[in-house]
Design a protein around this ligand. Structure first.
Ligand SMILES: Nc1nc2c(ncn2[C@@H]2O[C@H](COP(=O)(O)OP(=O)(O)OP(=O)(O)O)[C@@H](O)[C@H]2O)c(=O)[nH]1
Ligand SMILES: Nc1nc2c(ncn2[C@@H]2O[C@H](COP(=O)(O)OP(=O)(O)OP(=O)(O)O)[C@@H](O)[C@H]2O)c(=O)[nH]1
Ligand SMILES: [Mg+2]
Ligand SMILES: [Mg+2]
Lengths: 277, 291
């Protein structure tokens, strides 16, 4: 694809392989390549430069831009992190907390995962490490009540940004999704719509199941944006295209490692560039 | 499922009864899509289907009165064959046996260590738990809490200790206390992280574990192959544990990992509780991958 020449069916096959290997999925890959395949079969001449541009445009169009400011305009601005087990919610919260603390915000983290062994300690250790206070109760406490007390504290003590951690949960588990709805309702009681953002955290290593995750979480509570973690690995995170397009979800940040500074604002162009040959 | 998909794709052929080779090839294309949608690796789908094609283009399908059922049956059988016909146990020939869990960040290693300890104790063993994860905040606390919950002895360590020192002391302590298995939790790491992969190689050479188990997330996509292959080539794996399989992930990563590394899948993680560990049986996973 480096030298500008006319492309062949073999080039398209090679491209199909590349896109599937990047986890774009069958549906998205076919949707992108179908019009080009059709043109080729009609005898049209397409140069590799043209192909690359058409792909780049097609991919960029799938990624929706945010329509709300970040952080949201709340008092306090409230970020609610949800997602399946092990994707990087707790670590991402610590990264964002450090970021905003350095930006002069008064930040509070709320240990809403009262279920998993060591979850509260994990967030508390992060709190010490990045210099941000953590509101927590004991393991086993009702998570909705922890959120209630945490947001209440944030309002009373003039915190400007609250980051709420939740336990990882498979989207197929009815009781856990009901629990999540209850937690989200607590936030809604305190904060108006424009003041909170519900963020779905997705692991870039995830395959097509990410679509099912997004769909189920979105059915349970309004989801406003996505954070894509572990982009420092070898996975390309291609399933993000289908998710952004299908559910109209902007990707706010990508996680690039395990340290507090390993979080970058999402850049459409470089994300697409990493997928293309 | 796949049979319905094939019937739908071949609606016009219903009256033809038997299939010709071209029809079978079209059917295989449907199977290919189903496998890709199940997250089986692109290249693995190719090699897998080339094996299926040999049987599919034989009289087994071409002479059948129910060709679609026959085609699906062949794919299913080939899946079961590839995934590993019978469950393989753990090699526990050591005094103590050392079982080391490795894998990417967040795959479920720490939880699975506790599950394995619980499982082995139920089978009459005397396991001990230890962790060399000195990196993740409260990782040692997490394993300690789990160990206390299930009443399995835990080798205490601190994040300021060195992984190899912790591991060697844990083995020594397990021996002294008459524990017959030491289950060792390691930190999550990228297969492309040279320093951390070297750490695993060093741990393995110093401990000579009976088992090195790759803990892999069932919802992994195409990179499952690359990841597993790298862990296997660098460290050497004796088994795979696939976690979070009780969700709706199709689990195609399992086929990819097995096909490319040949390493047996030994257990499935089927929940967050300590009892949620199952011995691997290929049939159920084969059905899910088929969809
Ligand atoms: N390489 C890499 N690792 C990450 C990234 N984000 C998180 N991790 C690691 O992934 C693992 C899981 O992170 P957690 O923050 O505990 O994930 P979680 O979603 O809170 O997990 P649960 O609460 O158990 O559901 C940890 O080892 C993190 O250090 C990332 O961007 N890159
Ligand atoms: N639903 C489900 N969750 C699981 C399963 N196994 C582990 N988990 C969850 O997955 C998340 C990550 O588990 P950990 O044991 O912390 O993963 P890890 O591999 O040790 O993570 P790192 O040490 O950060 O690499 C936790 O929320 C676990 O409860 C499983 O089989 N099913
Ligand atoms: Mg967490
Ligand atoms: Mg761990």
């Amino acid at each position: 694809f480096e030298v500008d020449r006319l492309i062949t069916q073999a080039d398209l096959d090679e491209l199909e392989e590349r896109l599937i290997l990047s986890d774009l999925g069958v549906e998205t890959t076919f949707a992108l390549l179908e019009p080009i395949k059709r043109d080729l079969s009609l005898g049209k001449n397409i140069t590799s430069k043209e192909l690359k541009n058409r792909l780049r445009e097609g991919l960029l169009n799938l990624l929706v831009d945010p329509t709300r400011p970040f952080p949201p305009q709340g008092n306090p601005a409230t970020l609610f992190f949800v997602g399946v087990n092990g994707v990087g919610k707790t670590t991402t919260i610590a990264k964002l907390a450090k970021n905003f603390k350095d930006g002069g915000y008064k930040v509070l983290m709320v240990a809403g995962d009262t279920f998993r062994a060591g979850a509260i300690e994990q967030l508390q250790r992060w709190g010490e490490r990045v210099g941000v206070p953590v509101y927590a109760q004991k393991e086993g406490a009702d998570p909705a009540s922890v959120i209630y007390q945490g947001v209440d504290k944030a309002i009373k003590e003039g915190f400007e940004l609250v980051l709420i951690d939740t336990a990882g949960r498979l989207h197929t588990k009815y009781n856990l999704m009901e629990e999540l709805k209850k937690m989200a309702r607590v936030i809604e009681k305190f904060i108006p719509q424009e003041g909170y953002e519900n963020i779905l955290v997705l692991d870039a290593n995830t395959g097509q199941n990410a679509i099912s995750q997004a769909e189920s979480f979105f059915k349970a509570i309004p989801i406003h944006s996505v954070i894509l973690t572990k982009m420092d690995g070898t996975a390309k995170g291609g399933v993000a295209f289908a998710i952004s397009h299908k559910f109209k979800l902007p990707i706010r940040f990508i996680g690039l490692g395990e340290k507090p500074e390993d979080l970058l604002p999402f850049d459409k162009e470089s994300f697409v560039k990493a997928i293309l040959p | 499922g796949l049979t319905e998909k094939l019937e739908k794709a071949f609606q016009g052929l219903k009256d033809k009864g038997k299939l010709g080779p071209d029809d079978v090839k079209r059917g295989l294309r449907e199977v290919r899509l189903a496998l890709l949608e199940a997250d089986v690796n692109y290249k693995v789908v190719k090699s897998f289907l080339s094996r299926v094609e040999v049987r599919a283009l034989s009289s087994e399908v071409l002479e059948s009165l129910t060709p679609f059922q026959q085609l699906v049956k062949i794919v299913y059988e080939e899946l079961v064959e590839t995934l590993g016909k019978k469950a393989e146990g753990l090699n526990l020939n050591g005094k103590p046996a050392v079982v080391m869990l490795v894998g990417l960040q967040g795959s479920g290693k720490t939880t699975t260590c506790a599950k394995l300890a619980y499982y082995l104790r139920k089978k009459g063993h005397n396991p001990m738990l230890a962790s060399v994860d000195v990196y993740r905040p409260a990782a040692l606390d997490q394993l300690q809490t789990l160990a206390e919950k299930i009443n399995v002895p835990y080798f205490p360590a601190s994040p300021s200790d060195k992984p190899v020192d912790i591991a060697l002391s844990a083995v020594k302590t397990a021996k002294e206390k008459g524990r017959d298995v030491l289950i060792l939790d390691t930190a999550g790491r990228l297969h492309i992280d040279e320093a951390l992969m070297n750490e695993l190689v060093e741990l393995k050479s110093r401990l000579n574990p009976q088992e090195v188990l790759l803990v892999a997330d069932a919802m992994m996509g195409q990179e499952a192959v690359n990841m597993a292959q790298t862990f296997h080539e660098r460290v050497g794996l004796t088994g795979v544990i696939l976690t979070k399989i009780e969700g709706d992930a199709r689990g195609g990563a399992a086929l990819s990992i097995r096909e490319v590394t040949g390493v047996p899948i030994k257990f499935l993680g089927v929940g967050e509780k300590v009892e949620a560990l199952e011995v691997f049986h290929p049939e159920r996973l084969a059905s899910r991958i088929l969809g």
